[in-house]
Design a protein around this ligand. Structure first.
Ligand SMILES: [Zn+2]
Length: 124
């Protein structure tokens, strides 16, 4: 027997609206920018929850921890309020970002003293 889920009004309204000043973008695990969203908690901005872009045309995102769905409505982020996960500190989120960026950075063994880096390709 399949358990049918009734779409009650309570389900629909369990979002809070996050203005762009209360979230910031980060990289996902693959290091792709703007595929992760770091959203500050309402009551304590030392804490955040993170969302990942599901890559759908409907601009759906999902909580990294408990997979609750959320979405963008123009620049407003509709964050679910019924998380089953607990927020992490902003510090942790930033450390994760740093780790991702460190992983993504090309690992080059710079031997000797010569700077063999590509020169900046400034156009114009
Ligand atoms: Zn969650």
């Amino acid at each position: 027997m399949s358990r049918s889920k009734v779409n009650t009004a309570a389900d629909v309204n369990e979002f809070r609206i996050i203005p762009s000043s209360k979230y910031e973008f980060g990289c996902n695990d693959e290091g792709t920018p703007k595929k992760r969203l770091i959203v500050f908690e309402d009551d304590n901005q030392a804490y955040v929850r993170q969302y990942t872009d599901l890559g759908t045309t409907k601009n759906l995102w999902s909580c990294l921890n408990c997979k609750k769905n959320s979405k963008f409505n123009n620049n407003l982020f509709m964050a679910p309020t019924n998380h089953t996960c607990t927020p992490i500190t902003y510090q942790e989120a930033i450390e994760q970002q740093n780790l991702i960026k460190a992983k993504k950075a090309p690992k080059q063994n710079v031997g000797g003293g010569g700077n063999a880096e590509e020169s900046d390709d400034v156009q114009m």
